[in-house]
Ligand binder design. Structure first.
Ligand code: 6PG
Length: 474
């Protein structure tokens, strides 16, 4: 019998996705550029379901029922284009190519347009959840034509994570929408992890608690509003002891955070759209800073390493918890703003509540919190900012004083908390009656005649700064 769907690219994400499909009863054709991996999959997991191994892409294509559905799970960028170029000529009208990698959404837009020209559907599907998710139920963010979703949707929904009986997969929107939403997911993932790391640093260095002890604090937090996968695994990582040295593992891991680029893309695109995603940007820059080993050594030599004297107090844990929660609300609010802006820019008509729904399970940022976000968009799909939704407004108001105490404490102690600080600055800026942007406009007008608008009447104005300083209409 012909296979229902195919997977090409059998590294760990690809094989796990193929296994997930097979376990759900789909007959899955599998292919890898080097056949050894296909053989390994068949040998180790062939018994888990109905697999159809293929040595070549044309064999893979021939084994499929029409319209064909082929999931590509190879490295983003050139390798993805190479597979598409080889695959497209083998396909017929109405066939579907699904890219499950972390593609840049602009590449997805380009590929979708190119395949559409050839009568093919291209589905850029963001997939989150790592290896475990791919196998047991990821969060899936497919973009592409509504027509292709009719075929691909039911399959993807069935293998996705399910929360309260609802699959963590919806048709996100046309062309690059799915990969865009996945990109913002990753940006938020960066911000979330940075905030968690700052909370750890504070409890450790200011609070004087060891890693395992802080791990216990996170375990406790995981039972409340902060309940989430990242908080849960923070407790795991902090509690882990290095078998070689007997030290906490976190103390022997090199403190240089790496990145594959999706966080950077989020910030680059936010700059293009003019959306302040300060939390994500700080997280990306914090990773970059950590990697600048030479500069860090030079600064330590020049200034002496900052010495933090622990000054634990009874409120610290609860204060940090509240600061973490409020900062997290800000980071998510910014990420959702970015999706809204992109939706307008690219005409995607994104449903932000749906994005929150599919992030409730399967993905790295899955959290109880996402239910609150979905409810906020249910209450008001046009919410100007998540922060102003009643639920989040109350949460932020409750956290505000603690948030300020934490930031002041960190600054006085010399513990860098760029995520907490910038989130608080964002909140304060957003709610300011007047911003010093007025002065920036004045300066721009002074040196470059860039003009300004007035609060009391329409129009653009310029002051004759080097003349008699009278005001003229611009
Ligand atoms: C996911 C993750 C996944 C991957 C990131 C890590 O949603 O499953 O986000 O996509 O872990 O690419 O990115 P960095 O290497 O840039 O941290």
């Amino acid at each position: 019998a012909p296979a229902r769907i195919a997977v090409t690219g059998l590294a760990v994400m690809g094989s796990n996705l193929a296994r997930n499909l097979a376990r759900h009863g789909y007959r899955v054709a599998v292919h890898n550029r080097t056949p050894a991996r296909t053989k390994a999959l068949m040998r180790e997991h062939g018994h888990e379901g109905e697999f159809v191994p293929a040595e070549t892409l044309s064999e893979l294509v021939e084994s499929l029922a029409t319209p064909r559905q082929i999931i590509i799970m190879v490295k983003a960028g050139t390798p993805t284009d190479a597979v598409i170029d080889e695959l497209a000529p083998l396909l017929g009208p109405g066939d579907m190519v699904i890219d499950g990698g972390n593609a840049h959404f602009a590449d997805t837009r380009r590929r979708e347009a190119a395949l559409r020209e050839r009568g093919l559907h291209f589905v850029g599907a963001g997939i989150s959840g790592g290896e475990e998710g791919a196998l047991n139920g990821p969060s899936i963010m497919p973009g592409g034509s509504a027509e292709s979703y009719k075929h691909v949707g039911p399959v993807l929904e069935s293998i996705a994570a399910q929360v309260d009986g609802v699959p963590c997969c919806v048709h996100v929107g046309p062309d690059g929408a799915g990969h865009f939403v996945k990109m913002v997911h990753n940006g938020i993932e960066y911000a979330d992890m940075q905030l968690i790391a700052e909370a750890y640093d504070l409890l450790h260095r200011v609070g004087g608690r060891g890693p395992a002890e802080v791990g216990e604090v996170f375990r406790d937090w995981d039972r409340g509003d902060l309940e989430s996968y990242l908080v849960e695994i923070t407790a795991e990582v902090l509690g882990h002891v290095d078998p070689d040295t007997g030290a906490a593992l976190v103390d022997v891991i090199a403190d240089e955070a790496e990145q594959k680029g999706t966080g950077r893309w989020t910030v680059q695109e936010a700059l293009e759209l003019g959306v302040p995603v300060t939390g994500i940007a700080e997280a990306v820059f914090a990773r970059s800073l950590s990697g600048r080993v030479g500069q860090r050594a030079a600064a330590r030599a020049a200034f002496g390493a900052s010495e933090v004297i622990p000054s634990p107090d009874d409120d610290l844990v609860e204060d940090v918890r509240l600061a973490l929660y409020a900062s997290k609300v800000v980071a998510y609010a910014q990420g959702f703003d970015q999706m809204r802006a992109a939706s307008v820019e690219y005409g995607w008509d994104l449903d932000l509540g749906a994005a929150a729904t599919i992030w409730r399970g399967g993905c790295i940022i899955r959290a109880r919190f996402l239910d609150r976000i979905r409810e906020a968009y249910d209450r008001n799909p046009d919410l100007p900012s998540l922060l102003v939704d009643d639920y989040f407004r109350d949460a932020v108001v409750r956290a505000e004083q603690a948030w300020r105490r934490v930031v002041v404490k960190a600054i006085n102690a010399g513990v860098p908390v760029p995520g907490f600080v910038s989130a608080l600055a964002y909140y304060d800026a957003l709610r300011s009656e007047r911003l010093p942007a007025a002065l920036v406009q004045g300066l721009r007008d002074f040196f470059g005649a860039h003009t300004y608008r007035r609060v009391d009447r329409e129009g653009s104005f310029h002051t004759l700064w080097s003349g008699d300083r009278s005001q003229v209409d611009a």
